[in-house]
Design a protein around this ligand. Sequence first.
Ligand SMILES: Nc1ncnc2c1ncn2[C@@H]1O[C@H](COP(=O)(O)OP(=O)(O)OP(=O)(O)O)[C@@H](O)[C@H]1O
Ligand SMILES: [Mg+2]
Length: 317
Amino acid sequence: MTDRVTRDDLPGGRPSGLVGKRIADYRVESEIGRGGMAVVYRALDLRLDRAVALKLLAPELARNDTFRKRFAHESRVAAAIDHPHIVPVFEAGETEGVLYIAMRYVAGQDLRALLDRAGPLPPEQAGRIAAQVASALDAAHAHDLVHRDVKPGNILVAPGTDSEHPEHVYLTDFGLTKKSLSLTGFTSVGQFVGTLDYVAPEQISGRPVDGRCDVYSLGCVVYETLAGVPPFRRDDDMALLWAHQYDPPPPLTEERRGLPSAVDAVLGKALAKAPEERYDTCLQFVAELRAALMGGPGAALPPPAPPAWALPVFRER
Ligand SMILES: Nc1ncnc2c1ncn2[C@@H]1O[C@H](COP(=O)(O)OP(=O)(O)OP(=O)(O)O)[C@@H](O)[C@H]1O
Ligand SMILES: [Mg+2]
């Protein structure tokens, strides 16, 4: 086996053709998963003798100058964020025309796999996961970095430390490989790659985005962790884009019976069409979500009108 990289080994090529080969200072050990624009491998960092996750980007991205510049810039910003719920980036670079990112290898599964396997999550677990993702996003926003691609596949769920913290959640793919829909959403043949289930209305219409687009996407993810389905389901992509922009999301309590009705208003605010009507931060959203989830059925309903015997009594003097 040669250790030279050929085109066939890269994303879009034969699966796992790279196993055993060397890329920069890493030896590829096994394929972990692939998305639309990249393949992620478990690899050995030969200098430090430790496991890493090595992400190789599709070759057409390396040929796109705008993308290369953004890749270099955003890798630096993402690597500068040191946060317990963000996958640390060790190195980002280019070798033989291949753009790669080496990051901490997270043992566990992503939230997509967890939802596919376990279905809707218990409210407490959904709340814990949302809180960890929210803290990662707010930290990034404080660095002026917007994720733009918050979705279950970018949320890694590893075993936690103890029964108080049953899972440790990492957010990955921080602005590194994404994304304006025009740059990477469509392949050169115009086929859409990736998912539109979590995309904010302002991303669709090409308006400027800020951290509040991540609030929207987190809202979609939270909705799915509780309901088992994302807020909008349509037969084709155009209808789905339309729904994000114009249709009200179905109340969460209609999709999952038994949740306190207060959650509907919280999700409604996170999923507001206009960014200025959403929560300002992800942690505000999740704090209200958890308070609503704790409240029990009907928690947010106004109290019933008092019966006659409970009406205030005003004595005439
Ligand atoms: N640091 C990591 N440690 C362990 N597994 C990882 C790591 N980063 C990514 N993965 C796994 O690799 C899979 C593929 O990742 P990738 O980012 O290429 O695709 P995606 O996020 O599913 O889709 P997209 O192409 O839209 O980003 C992920 O779903 C995840 O399970
Ligand atoms: Mg990803």
